[in-house]
Design a binder for this molecule. Structure first.
Ligand code: NAP
Length: 251
């Protein structure tokens, strides 16, 4: 019997889940999805796979070898730079073909009032000059960068609550997971009298409603730019990632 080819998908995004479901239907392919395990949803995921860090580049290299992985698709979030760098190094070391699936970044269009910054630290520096009531949609990991801004009020939206002992700025936590409609984002901004938004340039449709709502209301958006990703083949959608995989299977 011919051994099935093993595809490791580094996940944590909607695209990764979609890719896993579709790649799993290709004959001769066995899919393993890896999740960092940051959310409770990960713990109950029904996708065949594994959960938790590998232990840096060395741990990932060991995993790739032990599990006899044939292909690696890094479909992690555009801001998950650490795992993408580790994946690049480990896959190169093991001579395993690797693809990055990265959804396109949002582009500023007429009517947008974006202040583009390189980091959350830089975002925190510009906020006091913009507004007093801020919608902070950067997740829970970077909250501490804003904790010193005691004169501002923050509406902070994230999937899971901040870890204990994380310094949190004054305001209210909203524990919610997208997608968020334009209508609900519009009414949220009005309900909380928001004067500015902080967002990562995550791209995709699921969280774009707040950007449209900000444009409609003339609100500034402090947009945290994406971190640099490693070199290597990149595609922007699931179908092209599947074509890449199918082409590899033909070789
Ligand atoms: P990160 O900073 O790039 O990675 C930190 C560490 O977490 C990695 O070194 C690795 O630990 C572990 N890790 C990350 N992704 C993993 C995966 N898919 N499988 C196994 N281990 C993983 O990542 P992050 O920004 O914390 O994001 C964590 C996960 O959440 C990613 O899978 C990402 O797709 C998802 N996510 C992130 C964001 C975001 O804004 N950053 C948003 C939505 C979803 P070891 O070094 O021990 O291997």
């Amino acid at each position: 019997m011919v051994k099935r080819k093993r595809l490791l998908i580094l996940g944590g995004t909607g695209e990764a889940a979609d890719l896993a479901a579709k790649a799993g239907t290709i004959s001769g392919v066995e899919v393993i999805t890896s999740l960092a395990g940051r959310t409770r949803q990960a713990a109950i995921s029904s996708t065949p796979g594994r959960i938790g860090g590998f232990g840096g580049v060395a741990g990932l290299r060991e995993y790739l070898q032990e599990q006899e992985i044939d292909y690696l698709i890094d479909a992690t979030h555009p801001f998950a730079a650490q795992i993408s760098g580790n994946a690049a190094q480990a896959a190169d070391d093991c001579n395993i073909p690797r693809l990055m699936l990265l959804r396109p970044a949002w582009e500023m269009i007429p009517g947008d009032n974006w202040i583009e910054v390189k980091s959350n630290e830089a975002a925190a520096r510009v906020l006091p000059s913009l507004a007093r009531r801020i919608f902070l949609t950067i997740g829970r990991q970077e909250l501490a960068n804003y904790a010193h801004l005691k004169n501002l009020w923050f509406l902070m939206r994230m999937i899971e609550p901040p870890l204990p002992d994380t310094p949190v700025p004054p305001g209210k936590l909203l524990l919610e997971k997208g997608a968020f409609s334009l209508e609900s984002e519009r009414s949220l901004l009005g309900e909380y009298d928001i004067g500015a938004i902080v967002s990562k340039n995550s791209g995709g449709d699921a969280t774009y409603g707040k950007i449209i709502a900000a444009r409609e209301l003339g609100l500034p958006v402090v947009m945290v730019q994406r971190p640099l990703m490693p070199n290597g083949e990149k595609v922007t959608d699931v179908e092209t990632a599947l074509s890449w995989l199918k082409n590899r299977l033909l070789v």
